[in-house]
Ligand binder design. Structure first.
Ligand code: GDP
Length: 241
C-alpha cells in the first residue's frame, strides 16, 4: 500500500510555489491570481481562504476583484469577506473596467480575481471570460474543480476551461468526495499542477497546499481527509493559516 501511495504521489504534479509574489514585487506591481471554473465549485470560498492566508500568514496587501456581477448573492458574499478581512474589493462589470480597477489596486502585493462561473455549455460566456482574463493578464490562472463532480462532467469542465490558459488546478470539497481516481485522469489531461486542495466550508481554515503523498492517500482511500493519513506522516498537507 505504501508503494502504491508513493507511486501515485509521483504521478501528481504539485505546484511548489503558488502565490509567489516575488517576481511581481521586483517589478513593482501586484501579483495577479485568477480563479476560474464552473458555478458552485467553491471559487469564492477559496478566494476568501487565500485572501486570509495572504493577509494574515504572509502579511501581504491583498486586493479582490470579481467579474461575477450576474449573481448579486455572489458579489454580496465576496463583499462580506472583503469587509471582514479589511481588504478592498472591485466589482468589474465590463471588460473595459478591468484596467482601471487593477490600477486602483496597484498598491496591493497580490490581487485575487474571482470570475463568474460561466456555464461550460455557453461558449459565448466562455468568450466573455476569456476577454476579462486577457484584460487582467493574470500571473497565475487556477482552474477550480470540485472533487464531488462526476468524471464525465469534470472532464467536460476541464476541456472547456483549459482553453482559457489554466496552468494550475485547485481541487475543492475533498471532505465530501467519494473517490478521487478521476482526479488523476483530469490532472493528466490538463497537464496542470495542483496548487491547493480544500477540505471544508470553513473560511479560512479548510485549505491546504500540496502534499502529494497525502493527496495520493486520499485517492487510494476514496474517502474524506480523515481517512487519508495518520497525522504523524511527514508529508502531511500544510495548512495555510
Ligand atoms: P462558486 O460559485 O464557485 O464561487 O462557489 P462558492 O464559493 O459560492 O461555493 C459553493 C458552495 O460550496 C458553498 O456552499 C461553499 O460553502 C461550498 N464549499 C466551498 N468549498 C468547499 C469545500 O472545500 N468543502 C465543502 N464541503 N464545501 C465547500
Amino acid at each position: 500500500r505504501s508503494v502504491a501511495h508513493r507511486h501515485i504521489a509521483g504521478l501528481l504534479p504539485i505546484d511548489d510555489r503558488p502565490l509567489d509574489v516575488g517576481e511581481a514585487r521586483r517589478l513593482g506591481r501586484p501579483h495577479v491570481v485568477a480563479l476560474i471554473g464552473p458555478t458552485g465549485v467553491g471559487k469564492t470560498t477559496t478566494i476568501a481562504k487565500l485572501a486570509a492566508a495572504c493577509r494574515f500568514r504572509d502579511d501581504l496587501k491583498v486586493g479582490l476583484v470579481t467579474t461575477d456581477s450576474f449573481r448579486m448573492a455572489a458579489v454580496d458574499q465576496l463583499k462580506s469577506y472583503a469587509e471582514i478581512l479589511s481588504v478592498p474589493l472591485e466589482v468589474v462589470i465590463d471588460v473595459e473596467d478591468m484596467a482601471p480597477a487593477l490600477r486602483r489596486l496597484a498598491h496591493c502585493d497580490v490581487i485575487l480575481l474571482d470570475t463568474a462561473g460561466r456555464s461550460r455549455r455557453d461558449s459565448e460566456r466562455l468568450e466573455d471570460l476569456r476577454a476579462f482574463l486577457r484584460a487582467a493578464d493574470p500571473d497565475e490562472t487556477h482552474l477550480v474543480l470540485s472533487t464531488t463532480t462526476g468524471e464525465r462532467t469534470m472532464m467536460r469542465d476541464a476541456d472547456a476551461f483549459a482553453s482559457l490558459g489554466a496552468d494550475r488546478v485547485v481541487l475543492t470539497k475533498l471532505d465530501e468526495a467519494g473517490g478521487f481516481g478521476i482526479v488523476l485522469n483530469v490532472i493528466q489531461r490538463l497537464g496542470a499542477r495542483i496548487s491547493f486542495v480544500t477540505t471544508g466550508q470553513e473560511v479560512p481554515d479548510d485549505i491546504e497546499h500540496g502534499g502529494a503523498e497525502r493527496i495520493a492517500r486520499m485517492l487510494l482511500a476514496g474517502l474524506g481527509p480523515e481517512a487519508a493519513a495518520p497525522p504523524s506522516t511527514p508529508d502531511h498537507g500544510r495548512e495555510l493559516v
